[in-house]
Design a protein around this ligand. Structure first.
Ligand code: NAD
Length: 428
C-alpha cells in the first residue's frame, strides 16, 4: 500500500519504518527539515533499538523516504497516518494544535485529489477527537462529506519506547476504530499479516482503549510504589511481595517493579488528560488522581533517603546514574531524573550525571549550571562522588566495581549495587 506518515517522532518514524519493512511504500512527513534529511540519509534522528538498520534498509530499497512537502506526500499515497504530538495543554487537557493543523492541511490537499483517501489518527487523542475535531476539519477544508470520497479511522498505538520496533511488529492487539466499514476494511487489509487479535470498533471507543490502557498501567506502577513505600517502613522487601503478588493470574507479574516512578511523554500526560475529560462530564476520577499524586512524590523520596544518610547536601558530590526515563531510549520527557537533579541542585549538591544515550537531551532540558556536570561513562561519574543515586536501570550500571567504596541509594533495584559500602533501596 502507499502510505504517508505525518509526524516522524517515536511513533511516526517507527510506524513508517515497520510498514516499509512489511513491503509498503512509505513517505514520512515532518516540518523539521533536519529530521527529514537525517531520515533520507538512512540514519535515525532518535535512538530506538533496531530502528536505524531498518530505516537504512528501507531507504536504500526505495520503500521509505522523508519529505517536508505534505502535499506531495499525501497526493502520492492512499492512506495518511497522523502521528504528530499531543502534548498537555491548558488545564492538562491535550493540546490539539498539531493534530488540528494537519487535519486542516490534509483536508485542503485532498480537495484536489481525485482518488479515495483514508486519514488515520494514530496520535493519542481524547475520546471524541477523531469524530468531532479531525473529521469536521477534514470535511470543512475538503468541501465533501466523509464516506465515499474519503474515510477516517482511529488506530491507537501501544508501543513502548526502548522496544518500539518489536512492539510495533508484534503487538498484543491492534485496535481499529473506523467511521464506516470501508475505512475499517482498509486498515484490516494493511494489518492482515499481523498474528495478534484485532479489535474493530468506533473511533471514540478506540480512543478510550488507549487512555484506559495507560491509566491502568500508571495505576499499577503507583500501586506497587505505594506498597513499596509501606514495605520499606515495615522492613519488608517489596520485590519479594511483588513476586508473590504477580503469581496471581488475575494480577500478573509485569509492571510490579517498585522504584522512583514512571516518566515518559505519555503516561502522566494521558492520565491527566483523562482526568480533565472526566471532570468535563462532572466525574472526579479518584483513583487516577491518586496514581498521579504518588508518582509526583516518588522521585523526591530518593533525595530524602540521601539526605537521611548524608545530612545537608550543600557542597556534597552526588553521582546520578541514569537520565533517560527508561533504558533503551534517549527520551527524557517527564523523566524522574529531572525532578531529582533539580532537587539536588536546589539543596546545594554538586551533581555528576551520566547516561549511555540521553546526555544530549539532558543538556537541552537543564540550563547550564556550574554544579551539574556530565560524564560519558558511569565509571567517570562515580569517581567524583561518594554518594550514588541509581535512577535508570541501564545494563551499563549492572557492574559491582562501580559501587565499591560508595554509598548507594538505589531507585531501580540494581542487584550489583549491593557491592557498595552502604546500600539502600528506595522501597526495599
Ligand atoms: P514526538 O513529539 O516525538 O514527534 C512528533 C513529530 O511531529 C515531531 O517530529 C514534529 O516535528 C512533527 N510535527 C509536528 N507538527 C507537524 C506537522 N504539521 N507536519 C508534520 N510533522 C509535524 O511525538 P511521539 O512521541 O512520536 O508521539 C506522537 C503521538 O503518539 C502522541 O499523540 C503520543 O501521545 C502518541 N504515542 C506516543 C508513544 C511514545 O511512546 N512516544 C506511544 C504511543 C502513542
Amino acid at each position: 500500500m502507499k502510505i504517508s506518515i505525518i509526524g516522524t517522532g517515536y511513533v511516526g518514524l517507527v510506524t513508517g519504518a515497520c510498514l516499509a519493512e512489511l513491503g509498503n511504500e512509505v513517505a514520512c512527513v515532518d516540518i523539521d527539515k533536519n529530521r527529514v534529511s537525517t531520515i533520507n540519509s538512512g540514519a535515525s534522528p532518535i535512538y530506538e533499538k533496531d530502528l536505524e538498520p531498518m530505516l537504512k534498509r528501507n531507504v536504500t530499497a526505495g520503500r521509505l523516504r522523508a519529505t517536508a512537502d505534505l502535499g506531495e506526500a499525501v497526493n502520492a499515497t492512499d492512506i495518511s497516518f497522523i502521528s504528530v504530538g499531543t502534548p498537555s495543554g491548558v488545564l492538562d487537557y491535550i493540546d490539539l494544535k498539531y493534530v488540528e493543523k494537519v487535519s486542516s492541511d490534509v483536508g485542503k490537499i485532498l480537495k484536489d485529489k481525485n482518488s479515495y483517501h483514508l486519514v488515520v489518527v494514530k496520535s493519542t487523542v481524547l475520546p471524541g477527537t477523531t469524530e468531532y475535531s479531525v473529521l469536521p476539519l477534514l470535511e470543512k477544508n475538503l468541501g465533501k462529506k466523509a464516506g465515499s470520497d474519503f474515510g477516517v479511522a482511529m488506530n491507537p498505538e501501544f508501543l513502548r519506547e526502548g522496544n518500539a520496533v518489536e512492539d510495533f511488529m508484534h503487538p498484543d492487539r491492534i485496535v481499529i476504530g473506523g467511521i464506516d466499514k470501508k475505512s475499517t476494511k482498509i486498515l484490516l487489509e494493511l494489518y492482515k499479516d499481523f498474528k495478534c487479535p484485532v479489535v474493530t470498533t468506533n473511533p471514540k471507543t478506540a480512543e478510550m482503549i488507549k487512555y484506559a490502557t495507560n491509566s491502568f498501567l500508571v495505576t499499577k506502577i503507583s500501586f506497587i510504589n505505594e506498597i513499596g513505600n509501606v514495605c520499606k517502613l515495615l522492613g519488608i522487601d517489596v520485590y519479594e511481595v511483588a513476586k508473590g503478588l504477580g503469581m496471581d493470574s488475575r494480577i500478573g507479574e509485569k509492571f510490579l517493579n517498585a522504584g522512583v516512578g514512571f516518566g515518559g511523554s505519555c503516561f502522566s500526560k494521558d492520565v491527566k488528560a483523562l482526568v480533565g475529560k472526566a471532570k468535563e462530564v462532572y466525574y472526579r476520577p479518584i483513583i487516577l488522581s491518586a496514581a498521579l499524586e504518588v508518582n509526583e512524590a516518588q522521585p523526591l523520596r530518593l533525595v530524602e533517603s540521601l539526605e537521611k544518610k548524608a545530612g545537608s547536601l550543600k557542597g556534597t558530590d552526588v553521582a546520578v546514574l541514569g537520565l533517560a526515563f527508561k533504558p533503551g531510549t534517549d527520551d527524557m520527557r517527564e523523566a524522574p531524573s529531572i525532578k531529582i537533579i533539580h532537587a539536588l541542585l536546589k539543596k546545594g549538591a554538586r551533581v555528576h550525571a551520566t547516561d549511555p544515550k540521553a546526555i544530549n537531551e539532558a543538556k537541552k532540558i537543564f540550563e547550564k549550571h556550574e554544579r551539574l556536570l556530565y560524564y560519558d561513562s558511569a565509571d567517570e561519574a562515580v569517581k567524583h562522588a561518594k554518594y550514588v543515586l541509581i535512577v535508570t536501570e541501564w545494563n551499563e550500571f549492572r557492574r559491582k566495581e562501580l559501587y565499591k567504596g560508595k554509598v548507594v541509594i538505589d531507585g531501580r533495584r540494581i542487584e550489583e549495587a549491593r557491592a557498595a559500602d552502604e546500600y539502600e533501596g528506595l522501597c526495599w
